[in-house]
Design a protein around this ligand. Structure first.
Ligand code: HAM
Length: 418
């Protein structure tokens, strides 16, 4: 037997109904804010991610599914959507549209991480990007929309918003130097991974979850104290907009994120109900990235939601659609009579399930029970001769005769259709 690859999941019914609900809610909320869908390929030239996400990030160094295609070109299964979306934005000249250009996309992403609860090698994101706008009100509006998405799913009180500013090219280098100096002096108290990161990507050290590293990191110089005046002003405006909208959030001074492209605002939505993988969404501003990828020097801003983690938070909350009836023909003549009835009812949007005449009545009634239908419709030779169907209420077991000519109307009424 061939099994699925480790860290990769099938999404089975009834859980797939929860996925549909999450996706439909996202589309409704995002589109109310003016975002439109863009569909992107799941693989790209490797160089796009190396340049876009950053050569020294964990994603690019350790987690990408990279291979040569048959022509010897290096291609990579996308580990995130932002770089692909910007590639498409630049390639198709979408920057000529009124700003900000608001786009969203959803689908599978691939990262070769160590699988655990809430962390997979193929996972799915809802990704939102707003391009070409520097105003801090946009950062706040994106967070508002993200929280509205969780509220619409009934998860408003299971998540919290954390925000930070990580400065820009004007103020971050000096901070980085101070931090490197601070961490180097205390390297002996840090874990191996942190020590390795001090030179390569010192900001990421701040994000370490190892308890032993905590004391050193908590006393580390804070980025918030090193922001240049424009970055500090931008961050103050983001917070003022959130405050004005009555949004609750925490300022998280060590929130640095795992991708290199961020400047100024970064944010995450976390939940205490998810265990170690507690981030259900993350994002921020990435002014400069569009230019780095060969486009115009424009601002950018966005976030991605991990759908698996949203589904984990929801649990089995969404009831899948059920058929209202099982039609049980007893014999081939009854099958021929019921097939078009089923088609007509289904064409009006009411789901019914049809038997094929070969099973015993008892087995079919047992199936009706397991399907959870309201009624079973039994048609045997006797019924056919009388031009009737026997309609059995599954809960009470009560049976009544209904003329075959009126059966479709009866089933439509059960499905709430006139
Ligand atoms: P990210 O923080 O790497 O950001 O991923 C966003 C979300 O995807 C995470 O908060 C998490 O819920 C989910 N996620 C990430 N990795 C996994 C995994 N291995 N298994 C399950 N879920 C996972 C980005 O990807 C950025 N592109 C977000 C962004 C968009 N920033 C600006 N625009």
């Amino acid at each position: 037997m061939i099994r699925a690859i480790r860290g990769v999941h099938d999404i089975l019914p009834p859980e797939s109904a929860t996925w549909q609900h999450v996706e439909a809610t996202a589309r409704r909320v995002f589109e109310a804010y003016g975002y439109r869908e863009i569909r992107l390929p799941v693989f790209e030239r490797t160089e796009l991610f190396a340049r876009g996400i950053g050569e020294v990030t964990d994603i690019v160094q350790k987690e990408m599914y990279t291979f040569e295609d048959r022509a010897g070109e290096s291609v990579t299964l996308r580990p995130e959507a932002t770089a692909s979306l910007l590639r498409a934005y630049i390639e198709h000249g979408l920057h000529v549209q009124p700003k900000p250009v608001r786009l969203y996309t959803l689908g599978p992403m691939f990262r070769y991480e160590r699988p655990q609860a809430g962390r997979y090698r193929q996972f799915h994101q809802l990704d939102v990007e707003a391009l070409g706008e520097e105003d801090p009100a946009l950062d706040a509006e994106l967070m508002l929309m993200l929280l509205e998405f969780f509220r619409a799913l009934g998860l408003g009180d299971r998540v919290r918003l954390e925000i930070n500013s990580i400065g820009d090219a004007a103020c971050r280098p000096a901070y980085r130097a101070r931090l490197t100096e601070y961490l180097t002096a205390r390297a002996a108290s840090l874990c191996g991974e942190c020590r390795e990161r001090i030179e390569r990507n010192p900001l990421r050290v701040l994000d370490c979850k190892t308890p032993a590293c905590r004391p050193v990191l908590e006393a580390a110089p804070r980025l918030a104290d090193s922001l240049c005046a424009p970055c500090a002003g931008h961050f103050a405006r983001v917070r003022a907009c959130l405050d004005a909208a009555g949004v609750a959030y925490d300022v998280a001074p060590r929130l640095v994120r795992g991708l290199d492209y961020y400047v100024r605002t970064t944010f995450e939505v976390t939940s205490t109900h998810l265990g170690a993988q507690n981030a259900v969404a993350g994002g921020g501003r990435y002014d400069g990235l569009i230019k780095l990828l060969g486009g115009p020097p424009e601002a950018g801003n966005g976030f991605a939601v991990g759908i698996e983690r949203v589904v984990l938070l929801l649990g089995q909350a969404v009831e899948p659609a059920r058929p209202v009836a099982l039609l049980i023909p007893l014999g081939q003549a009854a099958v021929a009579r019921l097939l078009p009835v089923a088609r007509d009812v289904r064409a009006r949007g009411v789901a019914v399930e049809l038997g094929y005449g070969g099973r015993r009545l008892r087995a079919e009634l047992e199936r009706a029970n397991r399907l959870g239908v309201a009624v079973a419709v039994i048609v045997g030779d006797d019924e056919l001769a009388r031009g009737e169907a026997t309609v059995r209420e599954m809960k009470s077991g009560a049976q009544r005769a209904v003329p075959l000519a009126g059966l479709a109307a009866e089933l439509l009424a059960l499905g709430g259709r006139p």
